[in-house]
Write a protein that binds this ligand. Structure first.
Ligand SMILES: NC(=O)c1ccc[n+]([C@@H]2O[C@H](COP(=O)([O-])OP(=O)(O)OC[C@H]3O[C@@H](n4cnc5c(N)ncnc54)[C@H](O)[C@@H]3O)[C@@H](O)[C@H]2O)c1
Ligand SMILES: [Zn+2]
Ligand SMILES: [Zn+2]
Length: 368
């Protein structure tokens, strides 16, 4: 059954987001309709509104949500109305060599569901009847969403939806970068550039992995205070013109074993790489503008056996990693309550984006 509800939309690049009434058509074959309970506001949503991520407007934002399945289309196995789910913003074909080797974030078919459903169509229309694209096959910053059944993961219904939502991006991206991409060893030293929703999760992931020292770096003092609550043992305020790599080498007697860039600036990836000790790993998590680049001294790759790599969605397998993160939360090992600095109504979405831009929240969450 078609429904109408509010959605947060990017109508024009570099303009504030708008809240509009949208029609959500019934789910088609292999699709489900979800009533959204909560949706986190991620920097990647902001990046879509300023062109850093190329997803042309009009676009329904949102890729970090949790809700309840209220309708299923034909041929949907394993999901039924009433199930609680978290959105998954990567499309997994299940057949390509990457999907078959448990690396679905690299699925070769991913481009199929970048701003539409996997079959290239949409179930979302504005009041004039014009189709509205959906962020990463999700578009879940809305009262309802119609997505491919592969873009939702069933979860333990005991987890509150606002907490569960965060597993749909920030938590899995950050903790996954530590567990799956870098495989941080106990007793190691870790540096984290940028202590927003993603960076704080790298910090708590490193703490769970048993890192001995965790150095948090941010331009904002308030973020460093938060970082300590998530497990940072040391903090460095990044000041313009100061060489953080040098400061890190001094602080950690030769440089950290791992450095994570969680801001999205090419030059910072370079700083992270320079900072790590011989044999170290620099992991780029932040998404930089397309024209931005990173350069390293080639010789150091050889003589110091350093690694520079990226981490996409925490190199996760959603069906395995989402339940794993929620289990860690239920067991009291993963902090999700502390990640939510502020809850917003959908009408307050423009404020939520302004607050993200200003860097005032660990995570802002829109609750429905
Ligand atoms: N790899 C992935 O799959 C993936 C997934 C989600 C988000 N991201 C990206 O990760 C990045 C972080 O996302 P977020 O939601 O945590 O953003 P955020 O805005 O909440 O956090 C960014 C933090 O970086 C800090 N910062 C800014 N400039 C800095 C500098 N020069 N040095 C140190 N710190 C600095 C800010 O003060 C802020 O605390 C974004 O680029 C986002 O697009 C990547
Ligand atoms: Zn995100
Ligand atoms: Zn695939």
């Amino acid at each position: 059954m078609a429904r109408t509800g509010k959605a947060v939309i990017c109508r024009e690049l570099n303009k504030p987001v708008v809240v509009e009434t949208v029609t959500f058509d019934s789910p088609g074959r292999g699709e489900v309709m979800v009533r959204i309970g909560a949706c986190g506001v991620c920097h990647s949503d902001l990046s879509a509104t300023n062109g850093t991520l190329p997803m042309p407007p009009p676009l329904i934002l949102g890729h970090e949500a949790a809700g309840e399945v209220i309708e299923t289309g034909e041929d949907v196995a394993g999901l039924a109305p009433g199930d609680k789910v978290v959105s998954n913003w990567i499309y997994m074909c299940g057949k390509c060599r990457f999907c078959l080797t448990a690396r679905p974030v690299l699925c070769t078919e991913q481009a199929r569901a970048l701003t539409t459903l996997p079959d290239g169509t949409l179930r979302t229309r504005d009041v004039a009847g014009k189709p509205l694209s959906i962020f990463s096959g999700c578009g879940v910053m809305a009262e309802y969403a119609v997505v491919s059944a592969d873009n939702v993961i069933k979860i333990d219904p005991k987890v509150p939806l606002d907490r569960a939502a965060l597993v749909g991006c920030a938590v899995t991206t950050g903790v996954g970068a530590v567990f799956n991409t870098a495989r941080v060893e106990p007793g190691s030293t870790v540096a984290v550039f940028g202590c927003g929703g993603v960076g704080l999760n790298v910090i708590q992931g490193a703490a769970i992995a048993g890192a001995e020292r965790i150095v948090a770096i941010d331009t904002m003092e308030a973020k460093l205070e938060l970082a300590k609550k998530f497990g940072a043992t040391d903090t460095v305020v990044a000041k313009p013109g100061e060489d953080v790599a040098k400061a890190l080498k001094k602080l950690t007697a030769g440089g950290p074993d791992y450095a994570f860039e969680c801001v999205g600036v090419g030059a910072l990836a370079e700083t992270a790489y320079r900072a790590i000790r011989r044999g170290g790993k620099a992991v780029v998590v932040g998404v930089a503008k397309a024209a931005d680049s990173t350069s390293v001294r080639s010789m150091t790759l050889v003589f110091e056996e350093k690694t520079l790599t990226g981490s996409y969605f925490g190199s996760c397998v959603p069906r395995i990693d989402f339940p794993k993160m929620l289990h860690l939360y239920m067991a009291g090992k993963l902090k999700l309550d502390e990640l939510i600095t502020r809850r917003y109504s959908i009408d307050e979405a423009p404020q939520a984006f302004a607050d993200l831009q200003a860097g005032v929240n660990a995570r802002g969450v829109i609750v429905f």
